[in-house]
Write a protein that binds this ligand. Structure first.
Ligand SMILES: [Zn+2]
Length: 139
């Protein structure tokens, strides 16, 4: 399950509305307890969507940004526990592309942004060869 500070959801919604009609993306930072399969997010870190040709329905993270954020998290005693991105005018369900690039033990928050307004959101985790929706607790 994912535990996340309530204000971070507000922050992701603001970023998603600002970036509309393009997909925005970023990292969830915090700590993971692999024993109980619980990730706790205490900070979000937006990075640039590197996919310019299809930014309306694809996102791509620069490996350099990944390293930069990883270092930043480490310095603050945290780790990357997930990735968030938006689906402009599409439901908050993972796409085939999302599945292709998904890594295990990470929470994937997807926020649907409809007509520029933040709408439904959910968190997903890779189990076997597919995504399952995970329980979210606001803290
Ligand atoms: Zn997606």
């Amino acid at each position: 399950m994912l535990k996340i500070k309530k204000e971070l959801i507000g922050e992701i919604k603001r970023q998603g509305e600002k970036g509309y009609p393009y997909e925005i993306c970023g990292f969830l930072l915090g700590n993971a307890d692999y024993r109980t399969d619980t990730r706790t997010a205490v900070e979000v870190y937006q990075v640039e969507n590197k996919n310019r040709e299809r930014a309306v329905d694809r996102f791509e993270i620069d490996p350099k940004d990944y390293l930069k954020v990883e270092r930043y998290a480490e310095e603050k005693g945290m780790e990357i526990i997930g990735i968030y991105h938006t689906h402009p005018d599409h439901p908050d369900r993972p796409s085939q592309t999302d599945l292709t690039f998904a890594q295990p033990d990470m929470s994937y928050i997807i926020l649907s942004v409809k007509n520029g307004k933040a709408s439904d959101w959910s968190s997903w985790i890779l189990k076997g060869s597919g995504f399952v929706q995970e329980k979210v607790e606001l803290i």
